[in-house]
Design a protein around this ligand. Structure first.
Ligand SMILES: [Zn+2]
Length: 275
């Protein structure tokens, strides 16, 4: 911020006529008081911007954490599903074993009855039953083979799902830990910035501060804006010559007639003035 060494409260007499060549004036003609007011506003605005950015970063951490957690959760769900499938196949396979066993018992029982009977009809009927039970056993054994193949595939899938879930958990844990560390640092930094924010605000001219605070609520972080090429740095509307000249005069706080933002002007900004 440009600041003169000598305090001069009044602008030079030629303020209006030489407005376009204001930048050629020497430092010690620069009115100091108003610049200080603007400078303090700019310091406060810079602080408020940094605070807003940090709060925004902190707010972003919540969804970031949720997305990491949900990614881990979905790989865990896939792992659970694969494990469940392995168990289900095993259960089905055991049931088939029991079915085979019971068919074998049927065959045994009918064979015994066949051995004991003296009637041809009964003997043949039992023979048919035994044949049917044997056919059923063949079918059950085919199903068992099919299930064993399925079990092999399911076990491979479960192993993969386990690996994926473990990897995902490991990566997520690391990222979550980083995120927590980042959050702590941001909170610490934010606390530091907020701690003396009120002090910075108190240093601002009391007649300007309420307006600044109001504008901050309605316009966001761009409240004290420069004038470049005769245009408001906030709403980008062309400013009337009179307004630009007042800014250059730096004798009072000047507001943009269009958006109400607080305007300031330094010599490194373009001198162009609206027609
Ligand atoms: Zn404006």
């Amino acid at each position: 911020m440009i600041q003169g060494q000598n305090v001069q409260t009044n602008p030079p007499a030629c303020i209006f006529s030489c407005a376009l060549t204001w930048g050629n004036l020497t430092d010690n003609l620069w009115p100091v008081e108003m610049l200080e007011a603007i400078e303090k506003l700019l310091i406060l605005q810079d602080r408020d911007r940094r605070i807003a950015r940090l709060r925004n970063e902190l707010n972003n951490i919540v969804p970031e954490r949720q997305s990491l957690q949900s990614r881990t959760a979905s790989s865990l769900t896939a792992f659970e599903a694969a494990k469940h499938r392995v168990k289900q196949i095993e259960t089905d396979r055991k049931k088939l074993e029991l079915d085979v066993e019971s068919k074998k018992q049927v065959i045994e029982k009918y064979s015994l009855q066949q051995f004991q009977t003296k009637k041809n009809d009964e003997y043949r009927a039992l023979a048919r039953e035994i044949e049917m039970a044997r056919d059923a056993i063949v079918k059950l054994e085919d199903q068992q083979l099919e299930l064993m193949e399925q079990a092999e595939t399911a076990q491979k899938e479960a192993a993969t799902a386990t690996r994926v879930a473990e990897d995902s958990r490991r990566v997520a844990d690391k990222l979550l830990a980083d995120l927590t560390k980042k959050e702590e640092n941001l909170q610490k930094e934010l606390a530091g910035l907020e701690a003396d924010r009120d002090q910075l605000a108190a240093a601002v001219d009391h007649s300007v501060l309420p307006r600044y605070e109001r504008l901050r609520k309605s316009k966001g972080e761009n409240v004290v804006v420069g004038v470049a090429h005769g245009v408001c740095g906030g709403c980008h509307m062309k400013l009337q010559r009179q307004v630009v000249v007042s800014c250059q005069g730096s004798q009072e706080i000047v507001h943009c007639p269009n958006c109400g933002r607080i305007l300031y002007y330094t010599r490194d900004m373009s001198l162009a003035v609206a027609e």
